[in-house]
Design a protein around this ligand. Structure first.
Ligand code: SF4
Ligand code: SF4
Length: 349
């Protein structure tokens, strides 16, 4: 008999299930931090999961592509030899109750890091990851995932997708891995009745209508950026507003700039990968001293070319924004995605 694609779980049983997940893997979920913010973090008990959150201040990328990541260790072996040992992270992780935009951000990273030559460090972590998303029913001011086709509900990409419906959660199965989690949960889930599946569909329509006011002009911006029809003065003006803090890169679920650094002492050492930002002047500085993007204007332009051009969208099958809105909250110069796409569309400030 084929298994149902949707299940229902009550709230008390949900807590029991989370307890079981915590016993099986490292569980990363929205967790209330000091000051009332919510951040994705490791949870040790089911009551630490902030089910009623709107968005988290950080994306998931630091768990899959950490800000500082040891890639390999080396040791001198004999007079001339060197022993190298790569450092792979094979921790089993379950990402629980992640918002659709953040799950879409992980799918974007998958495309970036699975290109040849595949990034074995990222891919190892992904092979050991399970993605359980939580649909959104309350759009917040800065979110525009509907414009980016990255939420508030997803059709694919998740292992399981949860939707809160009155006292129950509807659980949609996206993959065999997700189905396996349900099968291991011994009686906590029941097949979802048709009315509940219909209620989820109705909720999606209702929520999308509420998101309708949230706009980002991706189509117009994509055309203009691709064909280099953005006036230089506009890039110049945006560059004047940029403080080169790198905040937009670090909070963005789809930004992947990095550098590598070597550390050594007494015949041994390690090579690490560290987050970087294409807005930093040193990012493209070459050993010769030449910098192809010495002007900040060129760096701002390059950032949005990577995010919005057809050349990159074709390669990665989407543009580089999932509409999470974090750059709106972060950028002191208002070089956030909705503002920049609106300016590009107008061709003026
Ligand atoms: S957050 Fe704003 S000011 Fe900071 S680097 Fe990004 S564009 Fe520049
Ligand atoms: S560009 Fe801004 S809104 Fe888009 S994914 Fe990055 S941080 Fe989120």
């Amino acid at each position: 008999m084929s298994q149902p694609a949707a299940y229902v779980i009550t709230r008390p049983r949900l807590a029991e299930w989370v307890g079981k997940l915590i016993g099986r893997a490292q569980v990363i979920a929205p967790r209330r931090a000091q000051g009332g913010d919510v951040a994705y973090d490791i949870v040790e008990t089911p009551d630490q999961v902030a089910w009623d959150y709107s968005t988290s201040i950080n994306p998931l990328k630091r768990f899959l592509f950490p800000q500082g990541d040891e890639l390999l260790r080396w040791q001198r072996a004999g007079d001339d030899g060197l022993q190298l040992e790569p450092t792979y992270d094979e921790t089993d992780r379950i990402f629980l109750a992640v918002r659709s935009c953040d799950l879409s951000g992980v799918l974007f990273l998958d495309r970036v890091f699975s290109r040849e030559p595949e990034d074995v460090y990222y891919m190892t972590r992904r092979q050991h990851s399970t993605l359980i998303s939580l649909t959104c029913s309350e759009p917040v001011e800065d979110c525009f995932c509907v414009c980016a086709d990255a939420g508030p509900f997803l059709e694919t990409g998740f292992d399981l997708q949860l939707t809160a419906l009155s006292d129950d959660y509807l659980v949609e199965v996206g993959t065999e891995k997700g189905q396996e989690l349900i099968n291991q949960a011994e009686g906590l889930f029941a097949p979802a009745p048709d009315e509940l599946i219909q209620a989820r569909r109705d909720l999606e329509k209702e929520v999308e209508a509420r998101f309708a006011e949230h706009k980002s002009y991706f189509a117009a911006a994509l055309r203009k950026v691709t064909f280099d029809r953005v006036p230089d003065e506009l890039w110049e003006e945006m560059a004047d507003r940029c403080l080169e803090c790198g905040g937009c890169s670090f909070v963005c679920p789809t930004c992947t700039c990095f550098l590598t650094a070597d550390w050594q002492s007494e015949g041994e050492g390690h090579r690490d990968r560290l987050w970087d930002s294409c807005l930093y002047s040193c990012y493209t500085l070459e050993a010769s001293g030449h910098n192809p993007r010495a002007q900040r204007r060129d760096r701002v332009k390059a950032r949005f070319f990577h995010k919005l051009s057809y050349q990159f969208a074709k390669e990665l099958e989407t543009h580089g924004c999932v509409g999470c809105g974090r750059c709106i909250a972060t950028c002191l110069g208002s070089n956030d995605m909705p503002t920049v796409t609106a300016r590009i569309r107008r061709g003026a400030i």
